[in-house]
Structures are given as C-alpha cells and as structure tokens.
Design a protein around this ligand. Structure first.
Ligand code: HEC
Length: 101
C-alpha cells in the first residue's frame, strides 16, 4: 500500500509541478487576469508578437512567470502581468497551461 501511495504522489507531483496546483483555478485565472487577451483561448495566440502557450509545460511556465515577476526575465508587459500573481496563482496557471496542447 505504501508503495502504491508513493507512486500516486510521485505522479501528482510530477504532472503538476506542485502538490497543491489547481488547473481549474488556473483556467479561471487565465481568463480573469487577462492572459487570454494576448495568449489566446486555449493558449493559441492569434498575434505573432504574443507567444502561444499551448504545448509549454508547467515547469517552464512556472519558471518564466517567476522570472518575469522578479525581473530576472526582463519584459515590461509580462512584468506588469506577473507582479500581482501569488505563488499559488503561478502554480495554478502553470498547471492549467500544462494541459493545453
Ligand atoms: C498585454 C499582452 C499580454 C498579456 C495580457 C499577458 N502576456 Fe504573457 N507574454 C506577452 C508577451 C509580449 C510575451 C513575450 C515576452 C518576451 O518577449 O520576453 C509573453 C510571454 C509569456 C510567457 C513566456 C512564454 C515563452 O514562450 O517564453 C508566459 C509563460 C506568459 N507570457 C504567461 C502569461 C500569463 C499566465 C498571463 C496572465 C497572468 C499573461 N502571460 C498575460 C504578452 C502578454
């Protein structure tokens, strides 16, 4: 039993990047926080200057949102978008974007 729970836990951690990430909350935030306006419905951008997010995994999204927020990745537009995000917001958005193909 313990062995099985360890595998389940590993799958949960591995797929979302965080045990507490909530893809449904991330989907709501993606619309409510305006991401959808630039990055498009389902993460498929219609505007060449805004990268599509579909196909990008949770770890990539989490790292880049954290870096935009801190300024480690320098982009004025995304810094403004990332500044108000909490760590939980970032985990949830990353979990949602990870589901987009
Ligand atoms: C006003 C338009 C705009 C909005 C709104 C916006 N973004 Fe972005 N986003 C951009 C641009 C432009 C870039 C590319 C920045 C660069 O060149 O470094 C980007 C880059 C990104 C990247 C990195 C993609 C890559 O391939 O490197 C992620 C992840 C991302 N945005 C997530 C989000 C999330 C999540 C939200 C909502 C909280 C959001 N963005 C809202 C314009 C926007």
């Amino acid at each position: 039993m313990k062995f099985i729970s360890t595998i389940v836990l590993a799958l949960v951690l591995g797929s979302s990047g965080s045990a507490f990430a909530d893809a449904a909350a991330g989907q709501s935030a993606y619309a409510a926080k305006g991401c959808i306006g630039c990055h498009g419905a389902g993460g498929k951008s219609m505007v060449p200057t805004y990268p599509s997010l579909a196909g990008k995994d949770a770890a990539f999204v989490k790292k880049n949102l954290t870096d935009f927020r801190s300024g480690a990745r320098d982009n004025a537009v995304m810094k403004a978008m990332a500044a108000p995000l909490s760590d939980a917001d970032i985990d949830n958005l990353a979990a949602y974007i990870d589901t987009l193909k």
